[in-house]
Design a protein around this ligand. Structure first.
Ligand SMILES: [Zn+2]
Length: 157
C-alpha cells in the first residue's frame, strides 16, 4: 500500500514537471520573433531553435575586411571586425561585442553546462560564450556565421 502511494507520488511529480516544462519551452520559443521575412530555413533552425551550423561552413569564418557584424534577423549591430580573431574552431569568433547587445542563458545540451547567448533585441540564438579567448577580455564569442550579416565599413573619402 505504501509502495503504491510512493509510485503515485513519483508519477504525479513527473507529470507536474512535464506540464510545467513543456509550456515553458513553447512559451520560450514563442518569444523569439522573426523580423527578417527572408530568413532561410537553416537560419531559422539556428536562430529560433538554437541549432549549430557545421564548423568551417560559414564564409564569415574567413572574413577579414573591416566592418560590422549585424544580427541576420533584426539587424542589430553586434560585433566590430576589430574584435574578431581566428580561434581555429571553424566558427566566427570575437573577443568583445557592442554593449548590451546580448543576453545569456545556461544550456545543458552537452554533458557540461555552457553559456548560450542570444540577441537582446529579437531573442535570436547566436552562439556560446567561453572564457578561453585572447586579451584583453579573455572571452570567446563562438558565433554561428549564418546568424550574422557582415556590412563592410565604407572607406572615408
Ligand atoms: Zn537580433
Amino acid at each position: 500500500m505504501i509502495k503504491k502511494k510512493r509510485n503515485f507520488l513519483k508519477i504525479t511529480g513527473l507529470s507536474f514537471l512535464m506540464a510545467f516544462l513543456l509550456p515553458y519551452k513553447l512559451l520560450y520559443s514563442a518569444t523569439k520573433k522573426i523580423i527578417n521575412p527572408n530568413l532561410t530555413n537553416e537560419q531559422k533552425k539556428i536562430m529560433l531553435e538554437e541549432g549549430t551550423e557545421r564548423a568551417f561552413t560559414s564564409p564569415l569564418n574567413n572574413e577579414k575586411r573591416k566592418g560590422f557584424f549585424h544580427c541576420a534577423n533584426c539587424g542589430a549591430k553586434l560585433f566590430s571586425s576589430e574584435a574578431k580573431f581566428d580561434s581555429g574552431t571553424g566558427w566566427p569568433s570575437f573577443f568583445d561585442t557592442y554593449p548590451n547587445v546580448f543576453e545569456t542563458t545556461t544550456d545543458y545540451k552537452l554533458i557540461y553546462p555552457r553559456t548560450e547567448y542570444h540577441c537582446a533585441t529579437c531573442d535570436g540564438h547566436h552562439g556560446h560564450l567561453f572564457d578561453d579567448g585572447p586579451e584583453p577580455t579573455k572571452k570567446r564569442y563562438c558565433n554561428n556565421g549564418i546568424a550574422l550579416k557582415f556590412v563592410e565599413e565604407k572607406l572615408k573619402s
